[in-house]
Ligand binder design. Structure first.
Ligand code: SAH
Length: 219
């Protein structure tokens, strides 16, 4: 389908199945999430030199000091988003390679994704077009401010770690909305689920994780 990527197609089906089995072994239960991971061609979201490692359960570099998240973490975050029912509108902060957005786009009607790095954003946009994914809208901005004009959101997924939960993201959660966010410094972060009930925000622990930091401003 995409020039220059044809060769990997033959081997990738088996390796994708292996990845899905591994995620199941690690505790991912949602059949739709597993199916989405199986369907999204992760090898196109990493640099060509790393394509043969794309279906290992690890984070990989995508340039500019950033990484594509580990499939297990993508699955875990996607499960957390879906656990309250299928959200109509999901905001992602940190488009990066576009992989998490592409996985979500198979699970929910509308994905909005915000990225501060123009090069990564351009690459992700091109890939969404090539893969004919039309339900992801992207924006070049500092995602700590969310994307107010499309809010409120049923769920917000943050894929870079702030030291504290940005207020704007809490404000852009709709009633019953779910925010999945890693919080902490480079040493390690807590992945939290924050659920909005009126003016109250209930927090729970999902896992310990390691994300790149959420950096203020556009760069
Ligand atoms: N979801 C991505 C993970 C990318 S890594 C994927 O599936 O590949 C985190 C991304 O967050 C990086 O691309 C980084 O540039 C971006 N980022 C960091 N701080 C940001 C901010 N304040 N606003 C928007 N994006 C940010």
């Amino acid at each position: 389908m995409i020039a220059g990527h044809a060769g990997i197609g033959m081997t990738s089906l088996r390796t994708r199945d292996r990845l899905v089995r591994r995620l199941q072994d690690e505790g991912i239960k949602s059949a739709v999430v597993l199916e989405s991971i199986r369907e999204v061609p992760r090898h196109l979201f990493v640099e060509e030199a790393l394509a043969s490692r794309a279906y290992e359960d690890t984070a990989l570099p995508i340039g500019f000091g950033q990484t594509i998240s580990q499939p297990y973490i993508v699955a875990l975050m996607s499960e957390a988003v879906l656990a309250g029912g299928v959200p109509q509108k999901v905001l992602e902060v940190g488009t990066g390679s576009g992989y998490q957005a592409a996985v979500l786009a198979r699970l929910v009607p509308h994905v909005y994704s915000v990225e501060r790095n123009p090069n990564l954003l351009q690459r992700a946009r091109r890939l969404f077009r090539e893969l004919r994914i039309y339900n992801i809208q992207t924006n070049f901005s500092d995602g700590s401010w969310g994307w107010p004009s499309h809010g409120p959101y049923d769920a917000i997924v943050v894929t870079a770690a702030p030291l504290e939960v940005p207020k704007a993201l809490l404000e852009q959660l709709g009633e019953g909305g779910r925010l999945v966010i890693p919080v902490g410094d480079r040493g390690g972060q807590e992945l939290r689920l924050i659920t909005r009930q009126g003016d109250k925000f209930e927090e729970s622990h999902i896992a310990w994780v390691s994300f790149v930091p959420l950096v203020p401003g556009r760069g």
